[in-house]
Design a protein around this ligand. Structure first.
Ligand SMILES: Cc1ncc(COP(=O)(O)O)c(C=O)c1O
Ligand SMILES: N[C@@H](CCCC[NH3+])C(=O)O
Length: 422
């Protein structure tokens, strides 16, 4: 017997009725729990730390408010994320700012807001930041992002730590050493330490151990005693039954042990360890709700079932061949099971949400729930085909609240202007 799907104590069908579909729903307690688990792992090991939620995974005012309540830090990668965090009155001292091409305006904004740490990616930014700080006679804590030469086993597009990457200072060519010297010599930059991020949706402990050890070695090579080593995020989550990730806290344990051992070997004091998890906090707690519409049956070949959303609200299958699993919101054990392809309503053949899954025979009007959609779904949504973006609902303790309203057709044309020059 399958059960009706409840999220945070509220039935998925009720949410679909109340707010319409497609709909993004988050189980807030689940996100809180993951944030607390990260913190307790560090606290149990008695090391200095910062857990900095990589908010690119899912950033809205309400999300920043929840993160603020849990007392963890955030990482932002744009003026837009920074502005949103400000609207949530997020403590700016607990914000770090990543990015490989921060604009002058974005850096000025970070300095105006008093962002705690800027994670400097390249020489252009190093010089620009130095100039801006000199003009203002201001000081700024920074980390230097290095490209550690570690390849993570994940999709090429979400792998970032390999040598041939656009992110961070290269090591082999001496760029990192030069950057460390330059930062240490600066009057306005306070170099706290090094940062690296090897990629996303990683299951393999070796990658995290590798990056942790490598950062200690690199600091030793640069003859620099870091106060902070930031090993990035990337902890893999379970999207389908085939995914068997270790709990993210196991990775944390490994990272701490690796840094302890490596610093001892180099006779270096233990630094604070910073991590930047995004997906592991927002991903498992998110659900996309859709209503089933049309179908196309190709005898002997395939059954296509279309829902009222698709690549506009979840681009990940089209972009990374990401796999998801769905469940029917209400039990339908009396129906026969069939293997179906779940597709969206967008004008693209690649608009596939699930390549193939066995589900009770779907009927128009059914509410279908896609699991583990909380990371990089809403945050990568688009208005392709001029479809309005769905609303976002938070559910906690049996209560629901819409925290982002559904876009309307009026919203779609809000910034459009009539062409007057003709
Ligand atoms: C610098 C940096 N930090 C943290 C993250 C978060 O990664 P994830 O969401 O996989 O934890 C990313 C994204 O891959 C990133 O580029
Ligand atoms: N957007 C990617 C991961 C983030 C990469 C950011 N460095 C995904 O959906 O998996």
């Amino acid at each position: 017997m399958t059960e009706r799907v409840e999220i945070g104590g509220v039935a998925a069908t009720e949410l679909a009725q109340q707010f319409g579909t497609p709909l993004y729903v988050y189980d807030v307690a689940q996100m809180r729990q993951q944030m607390r688990d990260f913190k307790s792992e560090f606290e149990a090991r008695g090391v200095d730390y910062a857990v900095s939620y990589a908010s690119k995974a899912f950033a809205t005012v309400a999300m920043y408010e929840v993160v603020k309540q849990e007392g963890i830090h955030i990482d932002v990668v744009s003026g837009g994320e920074l502005y949103t965090a400000k609207q949530a009155d997020f403590p700016m001292a607990h914000v770090s700012f990543n990015g490989n091409n921060k604009s002058v305006d974005e850096l000025e904004m970070a300095l105006d807001y008093g962002v705690g740490t800027i994670i400097v990616d390249n020489f252009y930014e190093l010089a620009l930041l130095e100039d801006l700080l000199a003009e203002r006679d201001q000081h700024q804590d920074i980390l230097l992002r290095v490209s550690p030469g570690i390849s993570a086993h994940t999709h090429e597009y979400i792998s970032t730590g390999q040598v041939d990457s656009k992110f961070g200072f290269d090591v082999d060519s001496g760029q990192m050493l030069t950057a460390v010297k330059q930062a240490l010599a600066s009057e306005h930059l306070n170099l706290l330490g090094l940062h690296a991020h090897i990629g996303s949706q990683i299951f393999d402990e070796a990658g995290f151990r590798g990056v942790a050890e490598r950062l200690v070695e690199l600091a030793a090579e640069a003859e620099f005693v870091p106060q902070v080593l930031n090993v990035g995020g990337g902890f893999g989550i379970r999207y389908t039954q085939e995914d068997q990730p270790l709990p993210a806290t196991t990775f944390i344990d490994d990272i701490i042990t690796s840094i302890e051992q490596a610093t001892q070997a180099h006779e270096m004091p233990m630094p604070a360890i910073w991590v930047e998890p995004g997906r592991s906090i927002a991903g498992p707690a998110g659900y996309n709700l859709y209503t089933v519409g049309s179908r196309k049956d190709l005898p002997g070949l395939r059954h296509y079932v279309a829902v009222d959303g698709g690549m506009g609200d979840n681009i990940r299958p089209a972009l990374y061949q990401a796999a998801y699993e769905a469940q029917l919101a209400e039990p339908a054990d009396d129906r026969p099971t069939e293997a179906v392809r779940i597709v969206g309503k967008y004008c693209e053949s690649g608009d596939i949400l699930i390549d193939e899954q066995n589900l009770p025979k779907l009927e128009a009007g059914d509410v279908l729930v896609l699991n583990a959609t909380g990371a990089y779904g809403y945050s990568m949504a688009s208005n392709y085909n001029r479809n309005p973006r769905p609303s976002v609902v938070f559910v906690e303790d049996g209560q629901e609240q819409e925290v982002v309203k559904r876009e309307t057709y009026q919203d779609l044309v809000r910034l459009d202007q009539h062409y007057d020059l003709a």
